[in-house]
Design a protein around this ligand. Structure first.
Ligand SMILES: Cc1ncc(COP(=O)(O)O)c(C=O)c1O
Length: 1011
């Protein structure tokens, strides 16, 4: 800077006539000349017959090597990207790039460049389209210049090289005093953020001066068509090119983000930015502006009359102020996003880890939010409750009354919601007129004082009271790691109680499940109704103690990466976050009309179930209900292995059993292998009813007899033929009683029946009833029954387990009279009873025909009949048996998958262990609650019979109904059944474990206490 600068030397002062004469001499160009504005050289516009040119007469002290550099660069670009709008170099008649003219004692280098038609950017006015076009132009230029080098590009001491930003720092003193601190802060930002990274950045030869008087625009198409004045060229960090362009383009724009994003994006599409460059782009923009005001202030001191130098200072200060008030790490994230990179490099890894099976967050409250009733809140103008929005006490009172009405324990405030409640100045932003209003956390409105537990292990980063109105009040931030070698991330808990401040301290290690605070009331929590603001943070933006809880909606993609969905940790069902347009009350009326009124519906408060997973069902509000009753979704709701098998086969083929198919045969063989010989032939059908129909048809065809013995309270299906053998139907409401061909044997009920207890003598005694019916049929028809049909355990009869030897003895009576024995395992099969795969196993019987349904397909409509080869042969009398859907390849694949899971997850064994525990818990409850008359069952097929009197066994029907409803209201689903509807029926999916068993027993205990 101590050499003679062009600013210390006067501009060339050729007259137009003189220039015209020399131009004709050296370039053989004759035309009209008009002088153009220039800071340091003398330029003329030349309009001639051979074209329009710009004649550039350099300052006398200009280094000619530097002009050679510019010419070389223009020629390079013309070769690399011939379409890109840069000037072409005209040669003298002697073939030179540069002419030399003398003016008095000074010698001037002269160049003639083609003229780029259009308007200057300064006259066109900025628009998003133009900004994008500028970005694309500059990106193309950077791309074209990649391979360019020149010795003169290295300009030690060149003031405008952004790599040397700190060189002008001494001129801070020349800045107006009230702005000095601002510029000093910008330099400090550069020192802290750019300097340490400089050595990592790419270099190139740069134009470095895309200001609005150097950019040529076609106003009609809003595109940048050219760039002139390569006079500030230098070698420097590649990213400086974009930084300088932005420093000019962003002056006095209304919205820095909306202006910068298209420019950066378009630049990066032509010439990708590296993430390290993106990280400091705005620091360089600010540094360039700081340099500019330092230099112009310094020059203004030396040349007090040079107004040109001061022209850009005011807008530069305005932009500097905005950038100074904007978080540089946020600008880095914004830039990465605008340049097509992930806004936060670590964010994806954090999200992946939080979603991985290895991450199992602890519950954050004493209650299980997933299972608790909830209310969805909107904190937007006009939303319910917002009439109390300004008064936290009134809002909470309104919320509590809704909690009572709707059996809810908490309310949800939405992540990502754009809200109208953020009114303090702290929600305004410097770089744009847009306020921060989009919620980056999730709110859990819950009573003040509720303890809060850490969901993940970590350490306390900060615990502070952010006491501004509408701020967080007491706030805890925990630091975590996304797996052993993963990146750090943070969780923020806002609006806590004052007690929280003494509960944890900075640096303290925290275990998952450890209490880290409690919910604050409105007097301490920033003035809000009691709630937790819970937020995940992947980039702290250099902050501690405090962090933005809302962001600008237009910058959501950036904010979302910085603060991903807190539900990654809270893990509420997706339905928790959307208002259901058709809740139960809307569906109920429609259902009765459309589906017909014969269909009953469970519970006093109707359930709309929309999702299932494992042992849980989810209603339309996302509330999870523990499923204690669905024995159809046997291996767990929507088991992924079964779903995958179904989807895979459905995408390949679904036909019927009249074609050959491997899976169908593999499945039939595999299913048959679970039965003792000679049971081995499998008929595949679609429902339990279809299976029982086929079983009866088989028995009647094979024996040539129609008469059938069934058990009292039995239920076998919904067809006419099956209602005829189902006393549960024909002897109850709407039934027409027993048909002539059916006889009802006494239900072998060891609790309520004639013979109490499970001993074999009781079984034999009950079986006498079957023998009686055999004789009755013989007396009526002259021959024995065609079939005896019985459930292995009487489900509709009230989970009645038969005494030992009952089925075996009954079967002997039937077989002696030539009848076949059909055992209905539709409810009970597939390992449910724990010790045995089939519930008839412990009865010591091999049936002639077994029917299977419900659990066989985990909810997919399929069923089966299994019999002996002998019966199968006898049944094949010429009439075909065909079921259109039965045994199709999809069903076969599903059936296989169910067996896979059953085996792989050892579910039969699990049913035994869980069943034993659950039964023991029920038995313990029976000691406490006299309402329990009998606890019975095996594995996960249990019954709890309720009675008012242990001697008379007067059924507690009404109480059973109330208990089932109480349990439903408390998130556990069971049903009632039996002749008096006083038996609590428990037959959950087999994924039910000890934890679920305890939830069920605890809830039953609460229900019994409530009676
Ligand atoms: C023991 C028994 N058999 C047969 C059926 C009829 O099965 P589906 O409803 O699949 O036709 C049922 C249904 O509840 C049942 O419980």
């Amino acid at each position: 800077m101590n050499q003679i600068s062009v600013f210390d030397s006067p501009k060339p002062a050729f007259s137009a006539e003189e220039a015209q004469r020399l131009l004709a001499r050296d370039y053989a160009v004759e035309g009209r000349l008009r002088e153009l504005v220039s800071e340091r050289d003398q330029n003329f516009l030349v309009e001639s017959a051979s074209g329009t040119f710009v004649l550039k007469i350099a300052n006398a002290v200009e280094d000619e090597a530097f002009l050679a550099l510019q010419n070389a660069a223009l020629k390079h670009v013309a070769l690399a990207d011939p379409e890109l709008g840069v000037q072409r170099v005209a040669v003298t008649t002697a073939g030179e790039d540069i002419a030399r003219w003398e003016h008095g004692a000074s010698r001037h280098a002269v160049r003639l460049l083609t003229y780029l038609p259009g308007e200057l950017y300064s006259a066109a006015g900025s628009s998003p389209a133009l900004l994008e076009s500028l970005g694309a132009f500059m990106g193309r230029l950077s791309h074209a210049m990649r391979g360019f080098g020149h010795p003169a590009a290295f300009r030690p001491g060149f003031l405008w090289n952004l790599d040397e930003a700190m060189a002008v720092k001494p001129w801070l003193a020349d800045i107006v005093p009230e702005r000095r601190d601002l510029v000093a802060r910008i330099f400090a930002r550069y020192e802290a953020r750019v300097r340490p990274r400089l050595h990592l950045l790419r270099g190139a030869v740069l134009h470095q001066d895309a200001n609005d008087n150097n950019i040529v625009v076609d106003p009609a198409s809003s595109t940048v068509t050219g760039l002139i004045d390569f006079g500030d060229m230098t070698h420097g960090r590649q990213v400086n090119e974009l930084a300088v362009t932005l420093a000019y383009a962003l002056l006095d724009v209304a919205d820095v983000y909306k202006s910068a994003a298209p420019l950066i994006g378009a630049y990066a599409r032509q010439f990708p930015l590296e993430p390290e460059e993106a990280a400091i782009l705005f620091d360089l923009v600010a540094a360039r502006l700081a340099m500019s005001v330092c230099i112009s202030s310094h020059r203004a001191k030396d040349f007090p009359d040079n107004d040109y130098l001061l022209v850009s200072q005011a807008p530069a200060f305005r932009l500097l102020e905005r950038l100074d008030r904007t978080n540089p790490d946020f600008l880095a994230a914004f830039t990465r996003h605008a340049a097509g990179h992930p806004p936060v490099p670590a964010s994806t890894a954090v999200v992946e880890w939080l979603s991985s099976p290895g991450c199992q967050p602890h519950a954050m409250f004493g209650i299980d939010l997933n299972r608790a009733g909830r209310i969805l809140l909107h904190l937007q103008e006009g939303a319910p409750g917002m009439e109390h929005g300004a008064d936290p006490q009134a809002y909470w009172a309104w919320l509590e009354s809704r909690f009572r009405q709707e059996d809810a324990h908490f309310a949800i405030g939405l992540y990502g919601e754009v809200r109208s409640v953020y009114k303090g100045e702290q929600f305004a932003t410097a770089a744009s007129p847009e306020w921060r209003s989009q919620h980056l956390g999730q709110d859990i409105f819950i009573a003040a004082g509720t303890p809060l537990f850490a969901p993940l292990p970590g350490k306390v980063l900060s615990v502070v009271d952010n006491a501004l109105p509408y701020d967080y009040g007491p706030t805890v931030i925990l630091e975590h790691r996304a797996g052993e070698n993963g990146p750090a991330f943070w969780t923020l808990y806002g609006h806590l109680s004052r007690e929280t401040l003494a509960m944890v301290r900075e640096g303290q290690a925290v275990a998952a499940g450890q209490q880290i605070g409690s919910i604050g009331g409105h007097t301490v929590n920033g003035g809000w109704a009691p709630h937790l603001h819970f937020q995940i943070i992947t980039d702290r933006l250099g902050q501690t103690g405090e962090f933005p809880g809302v962001g600008q909606p237009s910058l959501w993609p950036v904010w979302r990466a910085i603060s991903p969905d807190p539900n990654l940790i809270l893990r509420l069902a997706p339905e928790s976050f959307v208002e259901d347009k058709t809740p139960p009350e809307v569906l109920l009326g429609r259902r009765a009309q459309v589906l017909g009124p014969s269909l009953s519906i469970s519970y006093r408060k109707k359930l709309k179930i929309v999702r299932g997973k494992g042992t849980y069902l989810y209603d339309h509000t996302g509330r999870a209900f523990l499923d204690g009753v669905n024995n159809i979704c046997h291996v767990g709701h929507c088991h992924p292995h079964v779903v995958e098998a179904l989807a895979r086969q459905a995408a390949i083929l679904n036909t019927n059993t009249r074609y050959l198919h491997d899976t169908i045969l593999d499945y039939a063989e595999r299913l048959g292998s679970y039965f003792p010989k000679p049971l081995s032939v499998v008929y595949l059908v679609c429902s339990g009813s279809e299976a029982n129909e086929l079983a009866l048809r088989m028995a009647r065809t094979v024996t040539g007899r129609r008469a059938t013995i069934t058990l009292d309270w039995g239920y076998h299906g919904n067809t006419n033929g099956l209602i005829d053998v189902s006393p549960y139907k024909f002897n109850r409401k709407g039934g027409r009683g027993k048909p002539d061909h059916v006889e009802i044997a006494e239900l072998a009920d060891p609790y309520r029946g004639r013979f109490k207890g499970y001993g074999a003598n009781r079984g034999i005694a009950y079986a006498a009833s079957v023998a009686e019916k055999v004789e009755l049929i013989r007396a009526k028809t002259g021959e024995g029954p065609g079939a005896f049909i019985a459930e292995a355990i009487s489900g509709c009869g009230g989970q009645v387990f038969f005494p030992d030897a009952y089925l075996r003895t009954a079967a002997e009576h039937v077989r002696k009279a030539g009848g076949l024995v059909i055992i209905d395992e539709v409810q009970t099969g597939f390992g449910r009873v724990g010790n045995h795969m089939w519930a008839h196993g412990p009865q010591g019987i091999i049936p002639d025909i077994v029917t299977l349904g419900k659990p066989i397909g985990n909810g997919h409509p399929m069923a089966a009949v299994v019999t002996t080869p002998e019966i199968a042969r006898a049944f094949a009398n010429g009439m075909e048996f065909f079921s259109s859907f039965g045994g199709n390849p999809v069903s076969a694949a599903v059936g296989m998958a169910v067996l896979d899971v059953l085996e792989q997850e050892d579910l039969q064994h699990k049913a035994r262990i869980t069943g034993e525990h659950l039964k023991a818990r029920f038995q313990a409850l029976a000691e406490e609650h006299s309402l329990i008359g009998h606890v019975r069952g095996e594995g996960l097929f249990l019954g709890v019979e309720l009675v008012k009197d242990h001697t008379t066994l007067e059924p507690a029907t009404e109480e059973a109904g109330r208990i089932a409803n109480f349990m439903r209201d408390h998130g556990v689903l069971i049903s009632t059944d039996g002749p008096f509807d006083n038996v609590l029926k428990i037959k959950p999916p087999m994924a039910f474990g000890l934890q679920e068993a305890d939830i069920m027993a605890d809830t039953l205990n609460a229900a019994l206490k409530h009676m």
